[in-house]
Design a protein around this ligand. Structure first.
Ligand SMILES: Cc1cc2nc3c(=O)[nH]c(=O)nc-3n(C[C@H](O)[C@H](O)[C@H](O)COP(=O)(O)OP(=O)(O)OC[C@H]3O[C@@H](n4cnc5c(N)ncnc54)[C@H](O)[C@@H]3O)c2cc1C
Length: 514
């Protein structure tokens, strides 16, 4: 027999199995000898009251032993199966490849960047020398933009597909089972590369192919139907189904569509800055304490405000994280954030952005590129005002709101360096005004947030794609090209690791093999 109950446990006891067993048997009014085991099914932190609590949903196995959960799957070889070309080895591409194995299709993954191991060297160059390799960086390479991230896996994408399955696949390839239990699961930059690498090895082991350092430069079509791709290595690879999972930063892929006269649309995206605080300030505010308990993770926040009918919101918050230089070209600044699995760095960072709508850039109503051009112009301005070598323009928070130049900048985690710049010079005026209005209001919601100890680093601009590649709702194919599946974040159908993974699997499910 199994019984599921909820328990509230104080942080000092959360790792104490005896205590949890005792609490559970008390609640169930059970003789402890009848309990053969227990399993936590959900775990969240409740910091609403003065006493911070873990709330756990827990299954007790009474008079029966818990069965071990097996996540490893065996696939038949797909070596001789119909081929599916998948452009891009980000979460959308890799999960599309995984789904191909499940469906008995042969995934041929083509990735412009390098394998996770080799990619590390290019990231070191970005951080140490401020030099971007346009083919291998924080956005391009094995695992895509998600590899060197915080690996946050919570999502509101439940309606798009099976979130649980994505988490289980991550566990199958080495993530801890905690991600199946935590209300806010995350994997961490130190662990993601190994998981991604194991996924790739499994694709190859079962008869798929993965090509690195190979950019798709054209998609070949005959009679409105895809027949293959042409790559930067001079090869032509054939397939009658092609998934385009190239992410939001592959601007040359949008050009490829434009060259072929295939439809593209402008799409709203969000723009702003990355804000970093000392983690201790966030811990004190969220956990109502001077020093965070060792058994509590570095605290998180999620803030939203309306300023003049515009939403300003925190985005991709990284407790104990690092601000990452995520440009894909040498003349632009783009920031984002990552954290290791323990989130044990001294700073907390978060994107703080506003939505850029088509009406904000009226040209976008007729020109699919208008928002991308707008995005690029802000990124280039940030580069110029930062002074080059990926040094980012930055300002203290209260100075930003008071439009005052920061005479010094606080110590921060952005490795290529920061330069004091009035960010009003970098950001479009309506973005500046919205942020300026929102930050003091955030400070009213969260004690300590509005402080000159916090730094704003520009610019957070690759929150999602400013262009959508249209596709049919039923067939998932581009309306003008049969067999062509726009997929993931770059095409405008995902916003984050899990939703991109789901979209990859959905695209494969839409493939019809006759
Ligand atoms: C630093 C950072 C931290 C992030 N943190 C999180 C997080 O914690 N949680 C979360 O949910 N999301 C996070 N994100 C966002 C997340 O990474 C993306 O939403 C997700 O990776 C999108 O998946 P995708 O597969 O659609 O595209 P991408 O991951 O962008 O992958 C696209 C791939 O296509 C390849 N490609 C592009 N053009 C070509 C071509 N012509 N030929 C061959 N290959 C090509 C690229 O090299 C890339 O590898 C973060 C992003 C960054 C940059």
């Amino acid at each position: 027999m199994q019984k599921e109950i909820e328990l509230a446990i104080t942080p000092e006891y959360i790792n104490d199995q005896e205590h949890i067993l005792q609490q559970g048997t008390n609640k169930l009014k059970l003789d402890i000898s009848r309990v053969k085991g227990f399993k936590i099914r959900k775990r969240s932190i409740d910091a609403r009251g003065r006493q911070v609590l873990y709330r756990i949903r827990i299954i007790f196995f009474i008079d029966e032993n818990p069965a071990p959960t097996v996540f490893k799957k065996n696939f038949k070889s797909v070596e001789k199966a119909p081929r599916v070309i998948i452009i891009g080895a980000g979460p959308a591409g890799l999960f599309a490849a995984y789904r191909c194995l499940e469906r008995g299709l042969r995934p041929i993954v083509i990735e412009r960047g390098k394998s996770v191991q080799e990619r590390r060297r290019d990231l070191a160059k970005i951080n140490r020398e401020g030099v971007v390799n346009p083919e291998s960086n924080y956005c391009f390479g094995e695992g895509g933009a998600g590899t060197y991230s915080d690996g946050k896996l919570y999502t509101r994408a439940d309606k798009r597909g099976n979130v649980q399955k994505v988490l289980e696949v991550f566990v199958e390839y080495g993530a801890t089972e905690d991600i199946l239990v935590d209300a806010r699961p995350h994997i961490g930059t130190n662990k993601l590369p190994h998981i991604i690498e194991d996924m790739r090895l499994s694709i190859i082991e079962h008869g798929g192919e993965v090509h690195f350092d190979t950019r798709v430069d054209d998609i070949l079509v005959q009679s409105d139907k895809v027949v293959g791709v042409k790559t930067s290595t001079g090869d032509v690879l054939e397939a009658s189904n092609i998934i385009v999972a190239t992410g939001h930063s592959a601007r040359d892929v949008f050009d490829l569509f434009k060259r072929n006269n295939w439809l593209l649309e402008a799409k709203p995206f969000a723009l702003g800055v990355r804000i970093e605080h000392p983690q201790a300030i966030i811990d004190q505010a969220q956990y109502h304490c001077d020093i965070r308990h060792d058994n509590l993770p570095p605290a998180y926040y999620n803030l939203v405000e309306q300023v003049d009918n515009r939403g300003v919101f925190s985005f991709c918050m990284c407790p104990g994280g690092i601000i990452a230089p995520c440009a894909t070209h040498h003349d632009e600044i783009v920031v984002n954030g990552w954290s290791p699995s323990k989130r044990n760095n001294p700073h907390a960072n978060s994107g703080t952005v506003i939505q850029i709508n088509l009406e904000d850039v009226p040209e976008s109503l007729t020109n699919a590129y208008a928002l991308l051009d707008f995005q690029r112009a802000v990124e280039q301005k940030a580069y110029q005002l930062g002074g080059g070598s990926l040094v980012a323009p930055a300002q203290r928070m209260v100075d930003f709101v008071n439009n005052k130049t920061s005479t010094t900048l606080p110590e921060n985690s952005y490795k290529p360096g920061t330069m004091s710049v009035d960010l009003v010079e970098v950001l479009p005026d309506f973005v500046y005004q919205s942020l300026k209005g929102a930050l003091p209001l955030f400070g009213k919601k969260m004690k300590g947030y509005y402080t000159n100890e916090a730094i704003l680093v520009g610019v957070e601009s690759r929150t999602s794609s400013p262009i959508r590649i249209p596709r049919d709702k039923e067939t998932y194919q581009h309306p003008q090209v049969k067999g062509l599946f726009p997929c993931g974040e770059g095409a405008g159908y995902a916003g984050g690791i899990v939703s991109a993974a789901i979209d990859g699997m959905n695209c494969v499910d839409a493939i019809k093999i006759y």
